[in-house]
Design a protein. Structure first.
Length: 161
């Protein structure tokens, strides 16, 4: 019974990961809210999750290794999201990650004017909220929840076999 429960949990995580990516692309391309660099980085764990859960279902081997990988991915996602949340709230300074597109280079007058016209998104600017919460805040909560769930599945893996 527990193995079925774990498969259902993995299905939920998989479906949520697909939903999260679709929602991110919908917000970016349909609603035209440009993401900052950290927002783009926060999508990577969901892509990796989809790949890893697919591997679990395809190969049905080394599940325990895949589960610990999922745990580590969501722990990392929690840290990245919390870092982004901290920048938004102002208790962490923006870093070079938030400025990946801008290199220190000498610009001509025309290049400088062109760059000034382009809209750059700061990691501390919240351009989209759901129920008053930024997407980084929501991602922090969800990533922490998935970290705990996948870690619990890993720790109880042998009992569920």
């Amino acid at each position: 019974m527990s193995e079925i429960k774990n498969k259902n949990i993995l299905n939920i995580i998989f479906l949520f990961s697909v939903f999260a990516l679709l929602a991110a692309y919908f917000i970016e391309y349909i609603l035209e809210h440009q993401p900052c660099n950290l927002c783009l980085i926060e999508r990577i764990p969901y892509i990796l999750t989809i790949i890893i859960i697919s591997l679990i279902y395809i190969f049905k081997k080394n599940e325990k290794i895949y589960i610990i990988l999922l745990s580590l991915i969501f722990i990392s996602a929690t840290l990245i999201s919390f870092y982004h949340f901290g920048i938004e709230q102002g208790f962490i300074e923006e870093s070079l990650i938030c400025d990946l597109n801008n290199e220190n280079k000498n610009l001509t007058k025309e290049e400088l004017l062109k760059e000034l016209k382009e809209k750059t998104i700061s990691c501390k600017d919240v351009t989209f909220r759901i129920l008053g919460l930024s997407l980084a805040t929501i991602n922090t909560i969800i990533s922490l929840l998935f970290s705990i769930i996948t870690l619990k599945i890993f720790l109880n893996y042998e009992k569920n076999k």
